[in-house]
Design a protein around this ligand. Structure first.
Ligand code: THU
Length: 136
């Protein structure tokens, strides 16, 4: 995988722009995500809250589910932007892990700055994956 510094920055911008469309009237914590697939397409996502709080969906999962529902399951990098550079929740880490531990994860803040660069592997060590379901 090759991703330039400029491309990383541009994914943060995509995620931050998407963040404006977050539906977060309860937490007032808008989150935006931009997922780049190996085919080069970019899928964005935002958090979508609900008056029945547990029905809320995180931005990362919206982006991933949009991609998968379009037939894309091979990801290169996901950028996630919050006001304060917050890190993906455990549920989103698990969903990211399903599609590859090598996926690069970029975190950014509300000023559109890239604040941290990591991988799914680092965010979710000892992940439970499909290989654990193979029994002999
Ligand atoms: N949220 C995300 O969208 N992604 C995360 O990884 C962490 C949390 C959202 C869910 C909720 O709408 C708001 O942030 C506060 O928890």
């Amino acid at each position: 995988m090759t991703i330039t510094t400029q491309e990383k920055q541009s994914l943060i911008v995509f995620a931050n722009e998407a963040r404006r469309r977050a539906y977060a009237p309860y937490s007032n914590y808008p989150v935006g995500a931009a997922l780049r697939t190996k085919s080069g397409r970019i899928y964005t996502g935002v958090n979508i809250e609900n008056a029945s709080y547990p029905q809320t969906m995180c931005a990362e999962r919206v982006a991933i589910f949009k991609a998968v529902s379009e037939g894309e399951t091979e990801f290169e990098v996901i950028a996630v932007v919050t006001n304060n550079g917050g890190s993906p929740c455990g549920g989103c880490r698990q969903v990211m892990a399903e599609f590859g531990l090598d996926t690069l994860v970029l975190l950014g803040n509300g000023n559109g700055e890239l604040t941290r660069e990591t991988t799914v592997q680092d965010l979710l060590p000892e992940a439970f994956t499909s290989k654990h379901l193979i029994t002999e």
